[in-house]
Design a protein around this ligand. Structure first.
Ligand code: ADP
Ligand code: MG
Length: 458
């Protein structure tokens, strides 16, 4: 088998022959050794941060494309600086640069997709607790919370987050045996073992590991034998302090047709949920996806991203699919990234979506402004002004809150509406009202009344 070092040597030669001499000399000539290969990442050392960022921004896609011609399994290059490499070596004293990596075929099969990393996961209010808990679990497997139970609707990032845990653990120690399994695969494995009487192999697969990640546990419903088997595995792993992470589409007590001694155990550790991301959060996710796909988060103008994000509001997978469509459509036909072209690209998807109540227009904003100003007996221009008297500030904050609540406008957009205020002011105002209505019932009643008047469905 070709070694990783040989592969890099070959790619380097190819580069030398195919790119401008200056580029080659400036960027690649000094990169000689493969530093290490961890979890399908091939680490190369750049002499300084400048060259690292140059490669990351301009060359990495091309390098990875070349790499894929050499290897069957998906690997990617990671560029780190000399300093980072030195730091890593000093961290692990026993680390020897010449330690041969296990051969691919001898490696433990993890089932993980290595593109699901914490780096690529965009954090916001809807997933912050889940994210921080997952990091802690990845940092201290078996100690912080066992099991970690993550639930939420489809397409909101459960699988992604769960796999981050596995990838992170492997990144730090490739010898850890991490196993990611979808629940239906577990059921299938068990069924096969039952038919072929190969239980030993089955138990070995599921018990001789350090970390077990089980995705979509709700599919155990009605599968009594598989549940019993999973129960045994759970007990053994838990007793041995091996980390278990479980995802599901609902909280454990609401799992249907799964024995209660299992569901109650799912609550022994920590339960966290993932909710729908806000509009601002969705736009950030789109930017991150652009970064990953094209290395350029600013390729598509903000207003186009906002357009996409305002329509695809309850499933990140669909959101991502829409972005890919727009990318493909505009690149393939060489069109500009405009809202109109995006709309064209998404035409088929839009037909099936009810976008009528999402396309906010000035009429909607004006209703909110009118309703709130007349309720508080002030003029709309005072409402929109920068005057700081209490009689204006409070209704202003309420209007912002209502606009966010009803139309999920971005903070930026709301700021623009109110005399170009900074988005941090808007965030502060909305938080203020959110807190107020939690502690003050009469304020809550006011806000509820206003929301109804502004068109919220009761
Ligand atoms: P689930 O398992 O909850 O159905 P997935 O983890 O499969 O959802 O997520 C669907 C898609 O959305 C994946 O491509 C994932 O990378 C992406 N995704 C979801 N949440 C985020 C996030 N917070 N940041 C980046 N990508 C996300
Ligand atoms: Mg999933």
């Amino acid at each position: 088998m070709e070694t990783f070092q040989n592969i890099w040597n070959n790619i380097k030669t190819q580069l030398e022959q195919s790119i401008a001499e200056e580029d080659f000399k400036e960027t690649f000539v000094s990169i000689s050794n493969v530093f290490k290969v961890v979890n399908n990442n091939i680490y190369l050392i750049a002499p300084n941060p400048f060259i690292k960022s140059k490669i990351d921004n301009f060359w990495l896609n091309r390098l990875n494309g070349m790499l894929s011609e050499h290897l069957k399994e998906k690997h990617v290059f990671k560029i780190i600086t000399k300093d980072q490499a030195a730091e890593e070596i000093s961290k692990t004293k026993e680390y020897q640069i010449n330690t041969p990596e296990p051969k691919l075929e001898e490696r433990f099969k993890t089932g993980l997709n290595n593109s699901y990393t914490f780096d690529n996961f965009v954090v916001g209010a809807s997933n912050r607790l889940a994210y921080t808990s997952a990091i802690k679990v990845a940092d201290q497997p078996g100690e912080f919370a066992n099991p970690l139970y993550i639930f939420g609707d489809v397409g909101l990032g459960k699988t992604h987050l769960m796999q981050c845990v596995g990838n992170y653990i492997l990144e730090n120690d490739i010898k850890r045996k991490v196993l990611y399994v979808k629940t239906d695969q577990f059921i299938e494995d068990y069924g096969r073992a039952a038919v072929k009487k190969t239980f030993e192999e089955f138990s070995k697969k599921y018990e001789n590991i350090d970390i077990l990640l089980v995705d979509d546990i709700q599919f155990l419903a009605g599968k009594t034998q598989s549940q019993l088997e999973f129960f045994k595995i759970f007990e053994r792993l838990k007793e041995a302090n091996k980390q278990i992470v479980i995802t599901s589409d609902r909280p454990a007590p609401e799992l249907f047709d799964i024995m209660s001694r299992l569901t109650s155990r799912f609550e022994w550790g920590l339960t966290v949920d993932i909710n729908r991301p806000s509009l601002d959060h969705r736009i950030l996710i789109l930017k991150k996806k652009l970064q990953v796909e094209t290395q350029n988060p600013d390729l598509i103008p903000e207003e186009v991203l906002e357009f996409i994000a305002s329509i695809f509001d309850n499933n990140v997978r669909e959101l991502e699919g829409a972005l890919k469509r727009v990318l493909f459509y505009c690149t393939a036909f060489d069109y500009k990234f405009t809202v109109q072209n995006a709309e064209e690209a998404l035409k088929n998807l839009l037909n099936s979506k009810d976008i009528s109540n999402k396309s906010v227009n000035n009429g909607n904003y004006n209703t909110v402004l009118d309703v709130v100003s007349s309720y508080y007996r002030i003029t709309t221009s005072d409402l929109l002004s920068t005057k700081r008297n209490k009689q204006y500030v409070y209704p202003r904050q309420i209007s912002m809150y209502i606009l966010k609540e009803l139309y999920d406008l971005t903070y930026k957009k709301i700021g623009q509406l109110f005399n170009n205020r900074d988005h941090s002011t808007v965030i502060y105002s909305i938080e203020q009202i959110t807190n107020d209505i939690q502690i003050d019932q009469s304020k809550k009643d006011d806000v509820d009344k206003l929301l109804l008047k502004c068109g919220k469905k009761a």
